[in-house]
Write a protein that binds this ligand. Structure first.
Ligand SMILES: Nc1ncnc2c1ncn2[C@@H]1O[C@H](COP(=O)(O)OP(=O)(O)OP(=O)(O)O)[C@@H](O)[C@H]1O
Ligand SMILES: [Mg+2]
Length: 255
């Protein structure tokens, strides 16, 4: 197995002096190619901060982040934008679709920007639309879609470039349980069949149970991690609930 992401002793402090907030104290972990990793922890624990650092949207105060052996802090603005576009895919809670474009146009946008030829684009759009069960929606506009359909469109757009790593922050947060299950099953299929590497922040133990490994973040450090191993999804779900319960007062924020 190849290490795709290597995070060493990262720290993130916002602001300066008396008003500063240290969101991440000292975080170290790595992710192998083909893993589906969940990030859980109480509200304010630093999960989104961590994801933003990995997304290269923000920079750590100290420590090192390597993605595919590239030390991302060494990249300058343009190189960083290229790296982000070529290697990473993002799925956020609020979809970020462009309302004036159809589903198909939204999905193919990253390939059009990368100047990929038409035939390849057409083929990739169909493949990815089938995976997310949106092939009948390609000519609709975002306003005509349900929340679940919008999120599957956003996921298809994130994945059409075959990114080395997919970063998702609460992708099921705004979805009903049926739509959430559809999205999670598509991500699971992508992980199993195409060996896509996925990192997903979630408050929801059910969503987390689709992952192979969960990192728990508390007070700015990785407090513990659990592996699915040979457990069924139901058994893993129970195990995650047990772990969440140990957060005590914070448990309310998680489920
Ligand atoms: N841009 C910022 N400026 C100042 N403080 C920030 C900033 N972003 C995050 N923080 C602080 O850092 C800490 C971690 O925030 P973060 O958003 O990473 O938490 P989280 O684990 O994603 O929480 P949630 O589950 O509620 O989304 C919080 O105390 C937050 O107030
Ligand atoms: Mg967050």
């Amino acid at each position: 197995m190849k290490t795709l992401l290597n995070v060493q002793n990262i720290q993130k402090t916002f602001g300066k002096g008396a008003n500063s907030v240290t969101a991440l104290h000292d975080v170290t972990f790595s992710i192998e190619e083909g893993e589906f990793v969940g990030i859980m922890g109480p509200s304010g624990a630093g999960k989104s901060t961590l994801l933003n650092l990995l997304a290269t949207i923000d920079t750590p105060t100290a420590g090192s982040i390597q993605i595919e052996n590239v030390e991302i802090q060494t990249l300058k603005e343009n190189a960083l934008a290229d790296f982000r576009r070529e290697h990473l895919g993002f799925i956020f809670q609020d979809y970020n679709l462009l309302d004036s474009l159809t589903v198909q146009e939204n999905i193919l946008l990253p390939l059009a920007i990368a100047k990929v030829d038409r035939a390849t684009i057409q083929q990739r759009v169909l493949e990815i639309a089938q995976l997310f069960h949106i092939e009948d929606l390609l000519h609709k506009y975002p306003v005509q879609l349900s929340g679940g359909q919008k999120q599957r469109t956003a996921a298809a757009r994130a994945l059409i470039t075959k990114p080395a790593m997919i970063l998702a922050d609460e992708p099921t947060g705004a979805l009903d349980s049926k739509s959430a299950t559809d999205l999670l099953q598509s991500l699971e299929a992508l992980n199993e069949n195409q060996k896509a590497t996925i990192m997903m922040v979630t408050h929801d133990a059910y969503a987390a149970s689709f992952c192979n490994r969960i990192l728990f973040i508390q007070d700015g450090i990785v407090s513990t991690e659990i592996l699915k191993g040979q457990q069924t999804r139901k058994q893993f779900f129970q195990r995650i609930l047990e772990e969440v319960a140990t957060f005590g007062g914070g448990a309310r924020d998680i489920i």
